[in-house]
Design a protein around this ligand. Sequence first.
Ligand code: PBG
Length: 320
Amino acid sequence: MRRLRRTPALRRLAAETRISVDDVIAPLFVREGIDEPQPISSLPGVVQHTRDSLVKEVRRLSGLGVPAVILFGVPLRKDAEGSEAWNPDGIVQVALRELRDEVGDDVVLMADLCLDEYTDHGHCGVLTPTGDVDNDATIELYARVALAQARAGAAVVAPSGMMDGQVGAIRGALDDAGYRDTAVLAYAAKYASALYGPFRDAVDVSIVGGGDRKGYQQDPANAREALAEVDLDLAEGADMVMVKPALAYLDVIAAVRASVDVPVAAYHVSGEYSMIKAAAERGWIDGTAVALEHLLAIKRAGADMILTYLAGELAETLHG
Ligand code: PBG
C-alpha cells in the first residue's frame, strides 16, 4: 500500500477527496446600530459586522473565490414575535439590498431564516400562553421572513428553526409571490447540540429561563430520524439539505448522501471552530492543519458544501 504514498505528487494524484474554495459558504454576522465591527470573544477572528464592514468582507471573500455567504442579523430591537425578521428595513434586509447592489450574482447571497435572533425570549418561534413553541403560528411568520429576504435579494433562504412544515410554508409563499427562482436550503437534520454556544454569543441570544431547543431540534441519539426529516423537506420543496453540526454527525452526512441526489450541505458550527482556535492558541495543535483535516473529513463523509467560519482562511491557505 505504501507505493502510492511516497511523494506529494503521488499522494495528490491518488487522493479520493479534495477540498476547494468552491466548497465553502461563509457565515457572516451583521449588527444593527454599531459604528465599528465588534469582536466575538468566543469566536476568535469572527466579528459582528457593521453594514459597511460587511460589504467590504463580502468583496474580499469574493476576491478570494468564495462562492457564497450566509447572513445572520443582530437587530437593535427584539420582541415576542421577532418582527424585525420580516421588517423590510430590518438589518438583514438592508444588508441584502446593499450586497445585491455591490456584488450582484458574483456571490450567492444566502439568508438564515429563523426568529431566535429577533425574539426577546430567544426561541426560534412564537410561544403559546403556556410557553411552548407554537409550530403552526411560527411557520406563518417564517413565510413572511422568506418573502422579505427574497424581496431584498436573497438568492437562497435557509430555514433553521426545525418547525414541522416550514419548508412547505416558505416554498408556497415564495411561489405565490412570484419568487420561483429563490432556492431553499433546508437545515433538515439539525441537532440540539451543545456546539452552538459561541454562535449564541455572536447573535446575543440567550433562551429565557435557561431553556433549550430540545423540543424542536433533533436528539443527538437519532440518525434514522434525520433521513425522515430530509425526506419531508424534499417533499415540501427543498432544493438542498443540510446536516448540522458536522464532525459529530459524519455518519448522518454519509447516510443522507447515500439516500438523496440533491446537494448536501454540512455546517461546521461555532463550537467546532472555537475548539480548533482555542487549542491552537495554546500551541496544543496545529490549527491550520486540523482545520483542513476537519473540512476534508466532512467532504469525505459526503457533503458537497460546507458552511464554515474557516472559509476566508481556507481560501487564503489554498491560494497561498
Ligand atoms: C438558529 C441557528 C443557530 C445556528 C445557526 N442557526 C443556533 C441555534 O440553533 O441555537 C448555530 C450555528 C453555529 O453554532 O455556528 N438561527
